[in-house]
Design a protein around this ligand. Sequence first.
Ligand code: NDP
Ligand code: HSE
Length: 447
Amino acid sequence: MIEYRPLRVALLGAGSVGAQVADQLLTHRDELAARIGASIELAGVAVRSLDAKRDTDIPRELLTTDAESLILGADIVVEVMGGLEPARTLILQALTSGADVITANKALLATHGPELFEAAGQVGAQLYYEAAVGGAIPIIRPLRDSLAGDRVQRILGIVNGTTNFILDRMDAHGESMEEALATATALGYAEADPTADVGGYDAAQKAAILASLAFHTLVPADAVYREGITEVTLEQVVAARKAGYVVKLLAICEQLVDPATGQRGVSARVHPALIPLSHPLAAVHGANNAVFVEAEAAGSLMFYGAGAGGIQTASAVLGDVVSAARRHVVGGPGVAESTHADLPVLPISAVTTRYQIALQVADEPGVLAVIAALFQSHGVSVETVQQAVSVVDPAVDPARAGQALGAATLVIGTHEASEADLAATVAALSTSSVVHSVTSVLRVEGL
Ligand code: NDP
Ligand code: HSE
């Protein structure tokens, strides 16, 4: 029997995600009420245009362009409009009026998170954001609640579906970067302007959110080292597979000690990386996301599923609605964000990892020794060396096809080395007289 008063929910946005949230709030009303112990009343849906076509049927009388008035008196405000403003101002107004807020807006959280959490903390309101990272995948609550008693050491995540789709097309279908991006656009995965995805900005915002939660430390998005996938070539992807790896855009958050200074801190970085085909993340295909968490007591955990999509993301939003509504009914302070560790965010130069470097070199006696000496002099230990003699491509010169060119391709795998030492090694290789060109430098993760 339901005794609590109906809870008023204001929905800001009725696009891909919002239209599905509205639909579920309306059609699953009784079931949600039974789970919550109070009924949910969708007070209204703020949009930019009352006449825009919607993915689901939303009663016309619920639509409004006056978001500010809609949030007045709401118990729960769901922000799925996106962008920084007016989302930030509306959320601040909602929180300061005591409403709990649910948002899927990673850009806003990565930019203005501390201000929003502070506003929530001052009035004892809660800010929920399960949908902001990994779409439908439960990852925020596991990090914030389930692992709150453990120590997270490292997170390796595929947190951008568009770039995973593109790299997967290159790997599985032999498409070039341009062809794979065109496929992603045609199938609706990539936006008309794909910069946020292919440039790694979206993944960096998500990495900032994950690192902040995992390490109880504020990690701003602009402290996340970022490289996108635009420089990844089909040749690198093909060579990776031959060597037993796959190229993925990874978000890597870890606790580490800077080898140069001895300072302990956290690091968050987003860049393409090689991972072994045997690693669980190598099996993440298409536009799916996965987050691999290593914790001191729990060991390795992997969270996998749809990282985007209107109805999938609505699942995460609805979970937050139920949590917020239950808090109204049964009370309690909810879960506070914690930044108690307050560790420094270390620069990329503090990171140590393995690398794979491909070089075009002169095929002459003594070349390997020169190159080995360059690695040694910069303190980088070589683990593997593969050499293939370069021959004339039949497509270029059929008459000389297969003839030796006096050059060779060397692929050198390193043991763990610091970014600083590796960068110095690559700089030295680039100017060495025996090296024609450094054709690829990729970090290797997940070994
Ligand atoms: P859409 O662009 O599809 O929808 C945005 C909605 O917000 C539209 O209904 C729009 O109104 C409304 N809106 C935008 N600006 C205003 C404004 N100033 N005043 C009132 N209404 C406004 O976005 P999505 O649904 O794709 O994304 C929403 C949020 O969810 C974003 O933060 C996104 O990052 C996040 N997210 C999205 C995922 C996805 O798969 N789409 C996955 C995970 C997170 P109108 O319709 O009239 O234009
Ligand atoms: N553009 C994002 C992606 C959507 O490709 O993963 C989900 O945040």
